[in-house]
Design a protein around this ligand. Structure first.
Ligand SMILES: Cc1cc2nc3c(=O)[nH]c(=O)nc-3n(C[C@H](O)[C@H](O)[C@H](O)COP(=O)(O)OP(=O)(O)OC[C@H]3O[C@@H](n4cnc5c(N)ncnc54)[C@H](O)[C@@H]3O)c2cc1C
Length: 308
């Protein structure tokens, strides 16, 4: 793993730096490139603006790894409010949820109960819950919960999950999820993983991403291809075109603030695009992972910071 990527991923776990940046005006200003704002109202305002540009959104209330049940319930309440507001404002939006924020590491039962209540709410309002994927120690527990909830006739189709192309296990997971009729978001993977579980080289991750995209595209289920990498996007477009898969049968997904030019280009070409919009107080680990993906972002942020 390149040194800078590794350094930013380590920094994402540094509590002193986190406390300092999350509570400082400097930190908040830096993060605004990738984070919609602190409050739910910020997220809804940005979601509407993105919808107005012809793109769907998925909303992420930032936070991960809570330590008490009360914190998990508090995090869940924000998502319940989001689902209500999305319906009331008729936004083209769903929600993205991390199970560690719902208490997965303390009590898988609690995380499952909270996920169930969110999926019930989503089902009742014609919406959808995407469960984000975290590090590989949580992959199996996350998939178990998603598959159990999706198997319930009253929740079927209202929950989906994320698969990371860097993990060796992902092809088998995708085959299982397709057999279950579960919607998948495919991404490369954002965590620091050992070579025992994940491809260490970018070329192998990219090759696997293309292979897995093809499995998803030909499955007749509506999946999301989440990448800013033009080679990944071109490969998906070419495969779909060659196999008569209409653009309405899948979507591209990208992060708020990343490759806005490419997002607009895809919309113009007639593809479905969904933008992942994070908001909230706890933006630090998310922000550091974005810097890890592209350390040149530090220069970009610094230039804009001093310019404005
Ligand atoms: C909608 C969405 C949801 C995601 N959900 C998850 C999840 O649940 N779990 C998980 O592990 N990961 C998740 N990720 C992150 C993902 O795993 C990658 O870390 C991230 O998308 C970067 O990979 P890439 O495919 O864009 O390709 P890369 O090879 O990393 O990047 C290709 C090109 O994209 C551009 N780019 C990429 N990242 C950035 C950036 N931060 N800033 C500016 N330019 C950039 C650069 O031009 C770069 O050269 C998600 C990503 C997206 C888009």
């Amino acid at each position: 793993m390149p040194i800078l990527r590794s350094a930013f991923i380590s920094l994402s776990r540094n509590q002193t730096m986190r406390r300092f940046l999350e509570n400082s005006a400097v930190g908040r200003r830096m993060s605004s490139r990738f984070v919609a704002g602190k409050d739910l109202s910020d997220a809804l305002r940005v979601a509407k603006a993105v919808n107005d540009q012809g793109m769907a959104v998925t909303l992420d209330s930032l936070g991960e790894s809570v330590s008490t049940e009360a914190e998990a319930m508090e995090a869940a309440e924000i998502y319940q409010q989001l689902l209500e507001q999305i319906a009331a404002l008729k936004l083209n939006a769903n929600i993205s949820v991390k199970l560690t924020q719902m208490g997965l590491e303390q009590s898988p039962e609690l995380a499952e109960q909270i996920a169930e209540s969110l999926v019930k709410h989503a089902h009742a309002t014609g919406n959808f819950v995407r469960i984000d994927m975290e590090d590989s120690t949580l992959t199996q527990a996350t998939l178990n919960i998603v598959r159990r909830l999706n198997a319930r006739p009253d929740l079927h189709g209202s929950i989906g999950v994320v698969i990371q192309a860097y993990l060796y296990r992902s092809q088998a997971d995708i085959e299982q999820l397709i057999a279950d009729g579960i919607r998948v978001r495919l991404c490369k993977g954002a965590y620091k993983e050992p070579a025992e579980v994940a491809f260490p080289s970018k070329a192998d991750v990219d090759q696997n991403f293309v292979r897995l995209s093809k499995l998803l595209l030909e499955s007749r289920i509506y999946h999301g291809i989440a990448s800013h990498d033009e080679a990944m996007i071109e490969a998906a477009k070419a495969f779909a075109g060659k196999n008569g898969i209409d653009p309405s049968r899948f979507e591209f997904q990208m992060l708020y603030g990343v490759r806005r030019d490419l997002q607009r280009k895809l919309v113009k070409e007639g593809y479905n695009v969904r933008v992942y919009i994070p908001f909230g107080q706890e933006w630090y680990p998310y922000f550091m992972r974005r810097l890890a993906e592209r350390p040149a972002n530090v220069l970009f942020l610094a230039k804009n910071f001093f310019r404005s």
